[in-house]
Design a protein around this ligand. Sequence first.
Ligand SMILES: [Fe+2]
Ligand SMILES: [Fe+2]
Length: 267
Amino acid sequence: MSAPVPQSASRILFDNGEHKCLVFSSLVKGDEGVQTNQFLIVHKGHAAVIDPGGDLTYTPLTIELTKYINLQDLDYVIASHQDPDVIASMPRWLMHTRATIVASKLWARFLPHLASPFVTSMLNKDFSERLLELPDKGANIPLGDAILKAVPAHFLHSVGNFQFYDPVSRILFSGDMGASMTEDAHLPVTDFQAHIPAMRGFHRRYMCSRRVTQLWAGVVREMDVDMIVPQHGRPFQGKVMVNNFLDWISALDCGIDLLTEADYRWP
Ligand SMILES: [Fe+2]
Ligand SMILES: [Fe+2]
């Protein structure tokens, strides 16, 4: 078993006194599972968690969250897509908080499969009343007097895929886009070229095609993004590093770009 990397459980990405963004990078330890980042946005007594993960992270994450918020004040649990490391803990949030689950409308019919009949019977409301379904074109999600923008990222990685842009901090929470496999997940990337090997294999397989990564990069270039923060690995901070990543991903063949008849041979 590899030793846990010593680091604090949370890191403040942004804090202007009334608006705070935090990342939790070290809740999955050793060889338990792939390293993941979970995010908390707090705004004037309102709060949202982005990509909370599964059972593996639920308990340590809630322990960390209670240092910053009352769990009963949590407005949203937001999922960029449907993967287990993103939202498999949904039943626990439904049971133990009043939060609304936010996800693509394409996953709304599938997410109830994560919850047992016991969980759904314990809810005060019908499951659908606890779910905010995002339309394909995205949405502005109100968080007190602020908003979070659900930005379309379809087919980058999932058929119904969103990223979440916080206009106050100018952080784009990018889900699996920009992910890296590294032990230094709490540190922003400082040497882009040296960081490429930690990203390359993942993006070649887990992103769908260059056609959509280029469309996505084009939109992000039009946005005022100070930081791209992925759900695995290290963030990209500042205009230069954000542009380095957009240039790199726009030129990378990935997913179906790389497939040939040889990949579909009878085993
Ligand atoms: Fe994923
Ligand atoms: Fe992921």
